[in-house]
Design a protein around this ligand. Structure first.
Ligand code: SAH
Length: 354
């Protein structure tokens, strides 16, 4: 049976019309699903019983099940979620001053094998469906409601497990529902897709205008990038990537986020900050520096705080906009793929109905 969360609005609307219903019913039901977040067709009280039963015979309404929730001392909340076929994925709620940002996954595992990333080590298991991607947001919203959180969920970042542009058709559909005022109703500035940069797909994504763009660069030259990110850098060279990024249509005041994970003794020298500054000189960019989140399975170390600050200061002095992302949730293994890596599939624990 089709999960209704996997439908696009257009698809659902035509199926409603095939049932002989007015298109307006599709809007109503969409609101029940995405805005009231009901868990069952029977809760849709302004829909006739007959239609609810028909819907129930055509569609399932399945959301990911919370297997583990971990709350960090700094307020970061990490969820391990079980999908319908038993696969486990991660999503994280990150508290900011006046809102939460949710980091969501787009694939079970990842094919790219970046050397600093825990998800890389499991390889790619499968793509996630649009409904599975969006199900994470439903879980996040329901959790915050249940906890009576005073901070709203405002930003969504596709920075969890997987490479979103290698699952582009489903990621695109999830972005459409996220942005749709009848759906989850996030504005494009509140949604960011993070990618290593897949030529072709990058241009397609930018042309949709569905979300802001962040690119995982992590090295200022091809030689170093191919050491840290061997598969990603075989798909596109650093120079080609910068050329593509420079040619993308941007909205007024929009800037591309360049992500740079600082790895001790690997890419954290001032020489590399200098190269990075030069490389980005013609790009409307802001730089997100992220200190490596270490893990037992990763062979790298986080640089000393002094080196991190010196790298940041160099770029700042050159006039770059730099944000140093604090490694939140270190005590709960919040970096990409770390919680899943350290849990077992049959781990005892909550199967909470969020
Ligand atoms: N494939 C996409 C989305 C995955 S998220 C991409 O690469 O952009 C990738 C982000 O996770 C990286 O930019 C980095 O910020 C973060 N990341 C992964 N492993 C990390 C680690 N060990 N420490 C800190 N950040 C990490």
């Amino acid at each position: 049976m089709n999960n209704i969360l996997d439908c696009s609005f257009a698809e659902f609307q035509s199926s409603i019309q095939e049932l002989g219903e007015s298109p307006f019913r599709a809007d109503q039901i969409w609101q029940w699903i995405w805005q009231k977040r009901c868990a069952d067709f029977s809760e849709m009280t302004n829909i006739s019983k007959g239609l609810r039963e028909k819907l129930g015979s055509i569609y399932s309404l399945h959301r990911p099940v919370v297997q583990v929730v971990k709350k960090s001392r700094d307020g970061t909340i990490k969820f391990l979620l079980r999908l319908e076929d038993g696969e486990l994925i991660e999503t994280v709620l990150i508290p900011e001053k006046d809102h939460y940002t949710q980091c969501i996954s787009s694939q079970v595992g990842c094919a790219l094998g970046c050397s600093f990333c825990s998800t890389a080590q499991m390889g790619l298991k499968r793509n996630m469906s649009s409904g599975e991607i969006l199900g994470q947001v439903l879980v996040g919203l329901n959790y915050l409601d249940r906890e009576k959180s005073s901070l709203p969920l405002r930003n969504i970042v596709y920075m969890g497990m997987g490479e979103p542009l290698l699952n582009w058709p489903r990621v695109r559909q999830s972005l459409e529902v996220l942005r749709d005022p009848r759906g989850l109703n996030f504005s494009y500035r509140r949604v960011t897709l993070s990618t290593v940069g897949i030529p072709g797909k990058l241009e397609e994504f930018a042309a949709t205008g569905l979300a802001s763009l962040a690119v995982s660069l992590h090295a200022p030259d091809q030689e170093l990038r191919s050491r840290i990110m061997p598969k990603a850098s075989a798909l596109v060279s650093v120079d080609q990537l910068i050329d593509i990024l420079t040619s993308l249509p941007l909205r007024p005041r929009q800037r591309i986020t360049v992500e740079y994970v600082l790895i001790g003794g690997v890419n954290d020298e001032i020489k590399q900050a200098r190269e990075l500054n030069r490389l980005l000189s013609h790009l409307k960019a802001k730089i997100n520096l992220i200190a490596l989140n270490p893990a037992p399975e990763i062979d790298y170390l986080r640089p000393d705080q002094e080196r991190i600050l010196a790298f940041e200061r160099y770029l700042w002095d050159k006039g770059q906009t730099v944000h140093l992302r604090k490694g939140k949730g270190c005590d709960i293994e919040a970096a990409c793929g770390q919680l899943r890596k350290h849990s077992r599939k049959n781990e005892a624990g909550g199967q909470e109905p969020f």
